[in-house]
Design a protein around this ligand. Sequence first.
Ligand code: GDP
Length: 704
Amino acid sequence: MSQNATKKRSGTVLLLATRNIGIFAHVDAGKTTTTERVLFYTNSKHKIGNVDEQDTTTDFMEQEKERGITIQSAAVSCSWKDVVINLIDTPGHVDFTMEVERSMRVLDGGVLVLCAKGGVQPQTRTVWRQAEKHRVPRIVFVNKMDTLGADFYRVLSQIKSELKAKPAVLQLPIGQSSEFVGVVDLLSMKALVWDSSDPSGMTIKEQEIPSHLADEATEYRKALIELIAEGDDSLLEKYLSDEPISEAELKAALRKDVIAMRLVPVMCGSAFKNKGIQPLLDAVAELLPSPLDVPPVTGVLEDGTEASRETDDSAPLAALAFKVMSNNVGNAVHGHLTFVRVYSGVLNSGSQVYNSNKDTRERVSRLVKMQGNRQEEVTALHAGEIGAVIGLKSTTTGDTLCDDDNSIKLESISAPEPVISQAIEPKDRAGADKLADALSKLALEDPSFRRNTDPETGQTIISGQGELHLEIKVDILDRSYGIKVSTGKPEVSYRETVRGKARGIGKHIKQSGGHGQYGHAEIELEPLPPGSGFEFVDAIVGGTVPREYISSVEKGIHSALAEGVLAGYPVVDVRATLVFGSSHDVDSSDMAFQMAGRLAFQDACRKAQPVLLEPVMELVVEVPESYMGDIIGDISSRRGKVLGFDTADGTTIVRANVPLATVFGYSTVLRGRTKGQGVFTLTFSHYEPVPQSVGEEIVSKRKS
Ligand code: GDP
């Protein structure tokens, strides 16, 4: 903690005692159960809920119907001892980059839940990479120690070999599988045993370390102290001269290592059996960073310069909206909740704030914090805090709220463009009435999901990040909104671009009788690097296109971008430079120049070697080693490129790039090929030109 930080506002103590964290896991490792238990022991919920009985705080869909309240939330606050923990919901499926991004952006630390049997799984690796990228310090909780086949030590070696992490082992399990009763705490050298007569897990007995574990515990403690001392000179000196090192000293040094992401504490337990959660909460409080321990947020000022904002109430306001959700109270929906993290300054209820992304002023009608399933109204959210605003109208995920006279734009959370779309149709009349409303809510909550109406067929089209993404939305429509829909075949969202440079001429000239029309524009078109989108440059000299019509030309080009010349897909990654044109005193108009721009763009596209682009996914498959050859062969037959593979403990992980068009239904394929033993993740990677023969087929199909 810097001197500067300790001197800060009176709320500093509060801030030092705040933890904004997320819980990550591979599906089924126990994220929901762990979250549930955390809320139970921190007392914001008074009954232990089990996922299997569909009574949990974050798995909301089923019971939302039963209880008529929303208990799922983008952020829930609870307290443990003197610390306020804001639990930020992380996506259940790591395949959706945007959902991961938005939660990673606003949290300061995380708990990675691993299954003691399954260990490091494909999604664990993905989420680990994302946490590394966003520099999120974390603790590993090896869950399901009670399950048959649980092996703490195997998981530990996987953490080293597969996640390339340096684990600081803080606990050893006492017994595994059905024998699991508690843990040895290697910092205090005590055994913590959960009393079997109290199924709530609230009674913990502190005991001597069982004799059969004594040697192992001593050995692991020695390794732990060495590891911590390596990063701290004064501890190293003490260690080398055999002086005693206190538990507090060890924790303080370990905390620094965790925040610097040098070490990853590893703990264990069984969320389901209510063992191990309290020590995990202690570790969250003692070892993960407070908002003051992370670097100040940076953003861009109005004049384009970069600036940072300290986590300080007296600094100007900077808050990031990271999730918009409908605000269901009882069976009614009361507008929506906009979840924000305040990075600097204070967000006051009743105040006006400036949305620097939308250039609008917004009124903060009310502020709430979610406590379990209750909304607690607060008057202000301070720097470092997380909560929700009621009453914002135009703010969406990724927008910055700030002071009017101290505008800043924090890095936004960009919504990726959809790569796949599908027609849906309600199965009955009742569903038809509710569909539009439900879809607009889904799109509001997840900006990477879109819905629109096909102008030709009138069909409702949904689009998103992959087959699974759309499947989940269809499932939500059914389970949360009671709308059953039938779905059409998923369609790949192709794009178009150009490979060469060309000049395009657009003339919209009609001068037969009456008031004529005159627009003439010429553009140079050239390709831009992937992901650049579209750029318009005005290079007119001598007024060949009058000032007032330059934006008309640009508008015309924009409208032409939506439908490329090859097969009518959107055009991306090109620069159009307006270089020449002519006008007529009387007949020129905004409309005429829009048309000219459009025609010039289309002309240039045709001449500049247009190509079709297709979305390419990153596929990570994990299979028993014996299936490796088969899986790689199959990937190649799908026009895929294997990027690499790794085999450890009889399991092979294959990483590949595969066109989305060839991996529809991959879950069924993989299940069939591996007798259900394979798992995979599929994330959008990039757009790539379609091979010519494939492209021709797509174009002719589209045109027929
Ligand atoms: P999530 O997909 O990561 O959110 O995982 P859940 O919390 O939904 O758990 C998946 C399944 O594992 C459920 O059937 C849980 O009851 C079960 N489970 C979770 N934690 C434990 C545990 O500690 N021990 C055992 N035996 N089962 C657990």
